[in-house]
Design a protein around this ligand. Sequence first.
Ligand SMILES: [Zn+2]
Length: 82
Amino acid sequence: MQESEAGQLVHCADCDDEIVSGRERSYEYSEEGEICFDCSIRRGGVYDEPHDRWAVAPAVRDLLEREWAGEPVVARHHIPGA
Ligand SMILES: [Zn+2]
């Protein structure tokens, strides 16, 4: 039995495909969030092959907002009796 040392299996936040983090090209937009290469390209990302980095970051605002929405947010207004 062999366990891969590098490579953590994550799911693309967009299409739910499996990504082997650290091995496959993907775009990490937050600590938890990551999207696969295909989705990154579809979202306008441009990968800089020679430098092994994203030259143009994919547009992930909606995914970030979704992530923020999933976080426990401290209510700004107390609603009495609600
Ligand atoms: Zn994807």
